[in-house]
Design a protein around this ligand. Structure first.
Ligand code: COI
Length: 354
């Protein structure tokens, strides 16, 4: 399918001076949009000036949350080249999420072409300083106006772009996380392992409580026993015990993060042992108390590698690595961003140059 392009007026296409970028508040002048209905399938792909969209008040997404999304970034490299990082994985995950929510899947090659065409058109909006990037948000949602609970017969697939810097207010400094036992994010058999909008809606209450208590993010425990660590609000979690990297195994209620997978694969290059297994919150707390847990950090597209300096659990705050960024988190951050910004050779062929 050919993508029709309708350009925004010239004065809207000029990129502003990026000084302080709050995550997800500034959008580029264009967006990609495509529709689905049962007769035509996915059709009419086009890039249009960024604008509001009209939607039926009974659209399934508004009532029953039939919506999925992805997040990836385009990086402006030190060599002036623009790179996407493992975009194939995002497209594959988008389709896995689609399957889980009864949304018609998309042609992977075509989604990649849509992302590349849109990013190229708005390439002047990619911030040039390291640590900043263009966040790419593809999303799909049911638009059929019908209050019956069933999969929508109509959908929109949209891609929007935002120039961003660090996701957290702390920048890339250690964040503080709060363990909740009151709420759960996901349950075996639920949608925790896909990127469904509803997962995030269900997390807001706990996230607000953490924020009120002075913490950046929630650390979720498993839904059945509330015993095993699962993930943090917007990222996966890693612990460094002595010289070993441990992250919770993907048991079906954890999002399989692409940065998580990259860190697991980078570990061996950096001479670290890495293991995916169940890890209880008790083991984490004991590790901190006995001085065996050296570091903790989160991984995610938006969050990159975010060191965790403090954990709050059952009325107590525990300090990790004196609240400082650990050496392993720093090495992983440098290597990963080195690949993304074209500073080092990419032995994995993870980057796609536009
Ligand atoms: C991402 O890292 O792309 C995410 O999906 C986190 C987002 C919810 C801010």
């Amino acid at each position: 399918m050919e993508i029709e392009i309708r350009l925004a007026p010239e004065e809207k296409r000029m990129a502003p001076n990026f000084e302080k970028l709050l995550f997800g508040r500034v959008f580029t002048p264009h967006m990609f949009i495509m529709e689905y209905n049962c007769d035509q399938g996915w059709h009419s792909p086009r890039i249009v000036p960024f604008s509001n969209i009209e939607i039926h008040p009974a659209a399934i997404v508004l009532h029953y949350a039939q919506t999925i999304f992805e997040g990836l970034k385009a990086y402006y490299g030190v060599d002036g080249k623009i790179r996407l990082f493992r975009p194939w994985e995002n497209v594959a995950r988008l389709n896995r999420s689609a399957e889980r929510l009864c949304i018609p899947t998309l042609n992977s090659e075509f989604v990649l072409k849509a992302i590349k065409t849109l990013v190229w058109l708005d390439k002047d909006w990619i911030p040039k300083q390291k640590g900043s990037a263009l966040y790419i948000r593809p999303f799909v949602f049911g638009t059929e106006g019908s209050l019956g609970v069933k999969p929508s017969h109509e959908y929109l697939f949209i891609i929007i772009l935002c120039p961003v810097s660090a996701y957290y207010e702390e920048g890339f400094n250690p964040i503080k996380i709060y363990v909740t036992e009151r709420y759960v994010r996901a349950f075996p058999g639920g949608t925790g392992d896909v990127k469904a909008g509803g997962n995030y809606a269900a997390s807001l209450k706990a996230q607000e409580e953490a924020k009120k208590a002075g913490y950046t993010q929630i650390l979720w425990l498993d839904g059945l026993e509330r015993k095993y660590v699962e993930e943090v609000g917007t990222m996966n979690i890693f612990f460094v015990f002595e010289d070993e990297l441990i992250t919770p195994a993907l048991t079906g209620s954890i999002l399989p993060g692409i940065t998580r997978d990259s860190v697991l694969k980078l570990a061996s290059i950096l001479g670290l042992k890495a293991e995916e297994r169940r890890i209880s919150i008790d083991e984490v707390i004991e590790g901190i108390e006995k001085g065996k847990l050296k570091e903790c950090f989160g991984t995610g597209t938006a969050a990159v590698i975010s060191p965790v300096g403090k954990i709050f659990y059952r009325e107590r705050e525990y300090l990790i690595n004196q609240g400082q960024t650990g050496e392993i988190a720093k090495r992983l951050f440098d290597y990963l961003t080195g690949l993304q910004y074209g500073e080092i050779e990419d032995p994995f062929k993870w980057t796609l140059i536009l």
